[in-house]
Design a protein around this ligand. Structure first.
Ligand code: ADP
Length: 501
């Protein structure tokens, strides 16, 4: 610990900080606390087709980079049209038996996947953090356990499908094509695979190009779980691979999670076909603080809402709507709070904000933040030191934001919060709903009746009350408007993977 020099003491006192406020990394520094579990990475990852790891037909590979230090982690196979085709053929063949297997037998496989993932939890958490940049405390305490929880939950459903749609029988759709994004790579695999498998479907899935490692490591678990060959096929690659998966004639249904822009491309290309679709797209959620809210708890909720996973969250609370009478107070508390967030090495157990997932995404964030400054919003960033190598961005809060600003309208997908104010409940609803998106929202108030009114009036698939970013496999998640359609999780999520007979 550094000693408090006179200069620093004078600085501390001159800005009137409460005596108890400690600024870590300024007067204090944490010792490094790196997670040391072995992620067991291979130098090269092949495609997982028909129960085996196979090289791509065209022999193409691309590099997966650790965004925390810009080093190469592994080579990943780039699946072409022929590989995607082979994956669908394998899935179609597997469906003949998997689709008819009694639910209690399918359940055993899915339970085994969940348990094997728990066995290798630490290894997967480290691999996830190295590949994607998220803090180890999140991959260890959220991503991996939540992925296992999704497999457990859906395993429980597999032999109870007679009760999923009361009064109706259900049947699987066949082969499902799925494409997932880079913000929760393993968890999105679990969200997509578990309900599809529980219902008796077979799958061809494509992970995002910057984060394929844990998806392909899950292939090892599927093998160890004895999942019949071809039930799940994993084809890594870029947008071209994703398009081949979405457009494949064998796919009875496609499920996509990613940007609204790509979602629209997929919907245009599939218009007029018989394929069922689920789309989970972008968001620009309002996190709404009323003046009777417990403000200290609300500040924690605001921080969790926008800085969880560096803000790479489609349901992030990226627009803070705060009632005018408490706006100055909330902003002051928020600034004080984000000064103690630790930004840096994602593998350090004390890190709150890790690395931005890719150079491209860092560029997008920088461009939108520059637009915010240019349009006249007031920027606040704490003075934290960033590592010299890697892609990092300081937690950022914009005040004096107008609804017309780009930072209030466009999804930034980074640690950037736009603060707006309101006077009445009606104004809060009007502003919150004045967006092309409709994925999520947060409401902070002491009044139960106000929570009920707000959750009815907000056009958002999920409304959190006095909390934010809470997830559970039993709870359906999905959007309205340009945030997409269909639900994932819960009974509703299962219904999106079956036909009613
Ligand atoms: P983001 O902006 O979050 O990176 P994208 O929508 O670009 O989201 O990517 C989400 C997923 O969609 C990734 O796996 C990506 O490779 C894939 N993808 C990109 N373009 C297409 C496309 N035209 N068709 C299908 N999948 C695509």
């Amino acid at each position: 610990m550094a000693t408090l020099t006179d200069k620093k003491r004078a600085k501390t006192q001159s800005i009137g900080r409460p005596a108890a406020e400690l600024i870590f990394g300024d007067l204090w520094a944490f010792d490094p606390a790196p997670e040391t579990a072995d992620p067991k990475l291979k130098a090269r990852y092949d495609l997982f087709i028909g129960g085996k790891f196979v090289a791509p037909a065209a022999g193409k590979y691309f590099d997966s980079i650790n965004p925390a230090n810009e080093t190469k982690l592994a080579e990943i196979a780039h699946a072409g049209v022929a590989d995607v085709d082979a994956a669908f053929v394998a899935a179609q063949k597997a469906f003949v038996t998997w689709g008819k297997m009694p639910g209690k037998e399918r359940a055993k496989h899915i339970y085994r996947i969940a348990r094997l993932l728990q066995d290798r939890a630490r290894e997967f958490a480290v691999a996830e953090t190295m590949d994607g940049g998220k803090p180890i405390k999140e991959s260890r305490d959220f991503d991996v356990p939540m992925a296992a929880a999704h497999f457990f939950y859906h395993a429980g459903w597999a032999d109870k499908l007679d009760y999923v749609a009361p009064g109706r029988k259900v049947a699987p759709l066949g082969v499902v094509g799925q494409v997932i994004p880079w913000n929760f790579p393993l968890l999105m695999m679990a969200w997509k695979l578990a309900p599809a498998l529980a219902m008796g479907n077979c799958v061809v899935i494509k992970p995002a190009e910057t984060t394929s490692i844990t998806a392909l490591k899950l292939g090892e678990i599927l093998q160890d779980a004895g999942l019949p060959a071809g039930v799940v096929n994993i084809v890594s690659g870029f947008g071209d691979t994703g398009a081949a998966v979405m457009n494949h004639p064998i796919a009875a249904k496609v499920a996509f999670t990613g940007s609204t822009e790509v979602g629209k491309i997929i919907m245009r290309s599939l218009a007029g076909t018989e394929k069922k679709m689920t789309m989970e797209l972008g968001g620009k959620a309002a996190n709404i603080i009323f003046d009777d809210a417990p403000l200290d708890q609300a500040v924690e909720g605001i921080v969790n809402g926008i800085f969880f996973n560096q803000g790479h969250v489609c349901c992030a609370g990226s627009r803070l709507l705060v009632q005018e009478s408490v706006a100055d107070q909330v902003l002051a508390k928020l600034k004080q709070r984000i000064k103690v967030l630790r930004v840096g090495d994602p593998l350090d157990k004390n890190t709150d904000l890790g690395a931005i997932n890719s150079k491209e995404q860092l560029g997008t964030i920088q461009r939108l933040v520059a637009a915010g400054v240019k349009e006249g919003a007031t920027l606040f960033q704490p003075e934290c030191k960033l590592p010299a190598k890697g892609y990092y961005f300081r937690p950022t809060v914009f005040s004096d934001v107008a609804m017309s600003h780009r930072i209030a309208r466009e999804e930034i997908f980074g640690p950037v919060l736009s603060v707006l104010t309101f006077r009445t409940l009606e104004e809060a609803v009007e502003k919150a709903n004045n967006t092309a998106y409709g994925l999520s929202a947060g409401v902070w108030t002491d009044k139960g009746s106000r929570i009920l009114k707000m959750s009815t009036e907000l056009k958002a698939g999920v409304v959190w009350a006095n909390t934010y970013n809470k997830f559970d496999p039993t709870s359906p998640f999905g959007g309205y408007k340009e945030s997409g359609f269909g639900r994932e999780g819960g009974r509703q999520g299962l219904l999106d993977y079956c036909k009613l007979i």
